[in-house]
Each structure stands twice: as C-alpha cells, then as structure tokens.
Ligand binder design. Structure first.
Ligand SMILES: Nc1ncnc2c1ncn2[C@@H]1O[C@H](COP(=O)(O)OP(=O)(O)OP(=O)(O)O)[C@@H](O)[C@H]1O
Ligand SMILES: [Mg+2]
Length: 252
C-alpha cells in the first residue's frame, strides 16, 4: 500500500482579487518506507501540499489518502499515523526540554509516556540537553527538539518541511543522519528542502513542483535522464526541469 496518494489536488488562494493557484492538478504517490523529496522554488506549493496532507488545509478539489485513508473524511484514523516537523513552531518558555516533551506528550494517546519521552530523547541525541530550558536551545538542537516532539506519537509518516534550513554544516549532517535513521526504523518521510545535495543524499524519489504543478517525479538518476543530461548535477537538472515548465507557460 502507498503511504500517500495525492489525486488531482487543486488549491487556490485569493490575494487582493488576484487568484494564486498554489496547487494545480497535483497527483503523486509516496511508497511506504521511502524518503520522498518535494523540491521546488519559493512559492511553488510545497508547504501548501504538506498542509493539505496533514489535514490543516482543505483542498478545493481532489483528494489525499494516507495509508489508504482519506485525510478529509477519515481524519480521526489518519491523524494518529503521522506527524509534522517544521522549523517555524514556537517553544514554550520556562520549561526544560524534558518537561516540554512531557507537556506535548499529552497531545497524544500514549500508553507509556515516560518511555516514549526517553526514546525520543535518545533517537534525537537530546539526552544531554534534557534539563536545559527549551527556549535556550541553539537552532540545531531546537530542530532536534521538534523532531523529538513529532516522534512522541510514533508516526508511520513524518512530514518534514525544510528540516535543515539555517543549520550549520555539521548540524545539518547530524539531522540528515537522523532522517536516514528514521527510514531504517520503517518511518516514511516526506521532506522539502532547497539543498540539492541533501535531496540527492537522502531521497529515494523526488517530485519537482513549480508554480503549483508537478513537473517531474522520479529517482535522482531518472530526473537527470528526463532533463536529458544523465551526468548533470541535480542543481542543473532542477533548473532545467522547473524552467521548462515556465517556458511552456510562456508559449501558451
Ligand atoms: N494563506 C494563503 N493566502 C494566500 N496565498 C497563500 C497562502 N498560503 C500560500 N499562499 C501562496 O501560495 C503559493 C504557494 O505557497 P507555499 O507556501 O506552498 O510555497 P512553498 O513551495 O512552500 O515555498 P517556500 O519554498 O518559499 O517555502 C505562494 O504563491 C504563496 O504566496
Ligand atoms: Mg514552504
């Protein structure tokens, strides 16, 4: 079974009378157990798609299924299966890492809360920071905290919107190792990133999205072949495939 199946998703926003088509007939599947990359320029529709996937945003038309269940109509069955990591969540002041995880754990129906907290601290290498005030964490550790928080609910699908944005080289490497380790635990990961090397290293398959449309989908080597240059860098491939989409639009 696919972890995710998006069928003909459409979403428009209106901005001062102007219509923005954030998602235009988007269809894709994410296989169970893979790390799937969603890549595209700023404003391409990545966060919109992630929001639709986790039920935070209603589509105008089309559907999203997670592990065979419809996100809109079978919400209570779908939501416990997934969690979201974005770099832009807030931290509560005045609580230590450990206490804040305990606080968040009450969001979820967890049988053994303390065990889940220990596991989340361990997987994200936060054990030594457990007594530190959460709001004083550096960005890299803060990012680990968000991942730990998301892992509390033992998700089968983890949505990660730019998990390494703004991190230094070494911290980003650590977070990537962490993402790989999630895969080896059988967790399906959907990841957005603007770092091509990261996508190349981590992702089994990648969808390129531009102006709300999927312009290509495949493994890194398949994408390179689609762009007509099997030995080109992913960066060049990305530019070629996303630009092609723009050129087609201009021709219309
Ligand atoms: N609530 C909203 N109201 C109006 N327009 C919106 C809203 N949310 C998103 N948009 C617009 O939809 C388009 C897609 O935005 P989205 O945030 O999905 O892009 P993105 O691919 O995540 O970009 P980035 O790489 O910058 O994070 C953009 O043009 C954005 O301005
Ligand atoms: Mg975004």
């Amino acid at each position: 079974m696919n972890a995710v199946l998006v069928s003909n998703a459409n979403k428009s926003f209106s901005d001062h009378g102007r219509v923005i088509r954030a998602l235009e007939n988007v269809s894709l599947d994410i296989r169970s157990g893979e790390i799937f990359g969603l890549l595209g320029p700023n404003g391409a529709g990545k966060t919109t798609l992630i929001s639709a996937l986790c039920g935070l945003l209603e589509l105008d038309s089309g559907s999203v299924e997670v592990f065979g269940k419809n996100v809109q109509t079978q919400r209570s069955e779908v939501i416990p299966q997934m969690n979201l990591v974005t770099g832009f969540a807030g931290l509560l002041h005045g609580l230590t890492v450990e206490d804040l995880l305990r606080y968040y754990s009450f969001l979820y129906p967890i049988k053994d809360r303390e065990k889940a907290i220990e596991e989340a601290l361990l997987v994200t290498n936060l054990v030594e920071k457990r007594k530190q005030m959460a709001y004083t964490l550096s960005s890299g550790y803060r990012q680990r905290f968000y991942i730990a928080k998301a892992l509390l609910s033992k998700p089968k699908l983890l949505l990660m919107d730019e998990p390494t944005v703004g991190l230094d080289v070494e911290t980003a490497i650590r977070i990537r190792e962490l993402v790989s380790s999630l895969k080896s635990q059988g967790i399906t990961v959907l990841l957005t990133t603007h770092y091509m090397a990261e996508a190349e290293q981590l992702c089994d398959r990648i969808a390129l999205i531009s102006d709300g449309k999927i312009v290509a989908l495949g493994s890194v080597s398949e994408l390179k072949k689609m762009a007509g240059k099997p030995h080109a860098s992913l960066e060049d491939t990305f530019l070629k495939l996303t630009k092609k989409n723009l050129e087609e639009e201009e021709d219309e």
